[in-house]
Design a protein. Sequence first.
Lengths: 258, 251
Amino acid sequence: MLDINRIRQNMFIIQQLARRDKRRENASTSLGQVWQILNPFINMMVLVVLFSTIFKTDSFVNYPLYICTGTLIYEFFLLGTNGCMHSLVSNRQFLIKTTIDKNIYVLVKIYVALINLFFSLIIYAGMMIWFKIPFRFINLLVIVDVALFSVFVLGVGKILAVIYVNFADIDYLYKIITLFIFYGTAIFYKPERLTPVLQVVMSWNPIYIGIAIARQLLIDGIFPSIHLWMKLGFYAFVFYLLGSLIFNKMTEDIVAKL
Amino acid sequence: MREYLNALWELTKRELRRKYARSYLGILWSSLYPFLRMLLVVFLFSTIFDKGIDRYPAYYFTGYLMFEFFNVGSVTSVTTLRDNKDLLIKSKLSKKTFVMSRVNTAFINLLLGSIPYIGVLIYYKAILTPACLLIIPDLFFLYLFVTGMSYILSILYVYFKDIRNIHVQLLNLWRFFIALFYHVDWVSPGVRKFIELNPIYSFIKISRDCLIYGRVSEGRFFVQAILYSVGVYLLGSIIFEAKKNSVLLRL
C-alpha cells in the first residue's frame, strides 16, 4: 500500500497528531501561533544579517534570497528527518495500545515539516517583494520540487526511524552529519568557489539539487535543466523505496523492541 | 547541608540518566560528541579560516565547550520549575535545587567534554604556564553567570511561556557574536567592540589565553567577567527569592 493511499485514508488522524505536536510546542504562550511564523523568520534573518554584515565575502545580487532558499529547504530536510527519526519512540504509547498503521507516525512528521515550510514561504514571498523579484507562473513549479523532495525526505526519515529504535546513538551521529550537510551544501556560498572535484560532488548532493531547482525557479525565473529534475526524482524514488522496504520489514516486531 | 548536596546530586544524576537512557555509548557521548563536532568544524573551516589563528582546533574547541555549557544550561533550566511541578509542591527541597541540577548537568557535560579537549591541547602543544590556573576562577564565574541567568529565566517562564522561544532565538543570534570560529581581528571595529563587550566572550577569551597561549588576558576582560557574573547572579538570586513563593500559586 503506497503512502498516497495511506494519506488519503488517514488524513484526519495525521492532522490530529500534527496538531498535538504543535500544541506541545507552543502551549499557552501569549504569542502562541505567531511563533510558527516568527521562528522561521528570525532564523532566516539571523543568517542574512550574519552573512551580509560580519562575513561580507560573497555579496552578489539577491544574496539574502539565495541564502534563504537554501535555509528553507535545508530546515525542511532537518525538521523532517529529525522528526521522523524520533517518531516511533516518541509515540511509544500509541504504538503499544493502538493498531494505527505505523507509517502514519512518520507521515505526521513530514506533514509538520511541510507546514513549517509553508509559513517560511510566506516570509520568503515577502522578501521577493522587498527585493523586487517579479512573481512568475514558473514559480509554481516549486510545488513539484517540494513534492519530490518530500518523498526523498520521507524515505530518509523512515530509515532513520528504524535505526533510532535499535540504536539511539544515531541521534548524536546524525547531528554531526546534518552539520556537515549544512556547511557542505552551497547554502551561503556559490558552488563555483569550490574545486572542480567538489563541484561535481555538490551536483550530486540531493539537498543541493532541491535548493538549486528552487533558486532557478524562484529567483531566476527559469526552467531548471532536466538533469536536475531527473536527479531529484532518482533520489526520491531510491530513498523512498529503500526506506519503505526497511521500515515495513523492521517494524513488524517493533512493539517488543520499544 | 549534606542532605542538600545529596538531593542535588540525586537530581543531577536523574537528569544525566534521562539524557542517555537509550544509547549504547551513553555518557561517553558527552566526551565524544564535542570532539567529533570540533573535528568537523576544524575540517570544514581549516581551508577558509585557518589563516592566522594559532592552533585553530583548540581555539574553536574552547569556545564551543563554554558556549554549549551556557546554551544547554540556560535552555534546560527555563522549563525546570514547570517540569518538576509535582516535586516542587510535595517536597521540602529548596526550589533553587531544581535549577541547579540542570545547570550542573550541563557543567558535568562541560567537564566530560574537556577530556578530549585536554588531548587536543597536548596534541597541538599548547603553551603551558602557571597562567593556566586562571581557568578555575574563569569556570567558577561562568558557572555563576549561567546559574544567575537560569534563575531569572526559570521564574520568568512560569509567568510568561514565550520566554522559552525568545531565549532560544536570542541564543541563536548570540552564538555568532562570540568569535567562536573566527577571530575578532577580522571584523569591523564596531562589531569588534560589540563582541568584546559580550559577557560570554570574556570567559572564552580568558580561557583561550590561559590554556592555549599561556598568557594572561588584558585586565578589562577579567573585570567584565566578574562584573557580569556577580551582577547576573545577584539579580537572579534576588528575583528568585522574591518570586519563589508566588510561583507556587501560578503552577
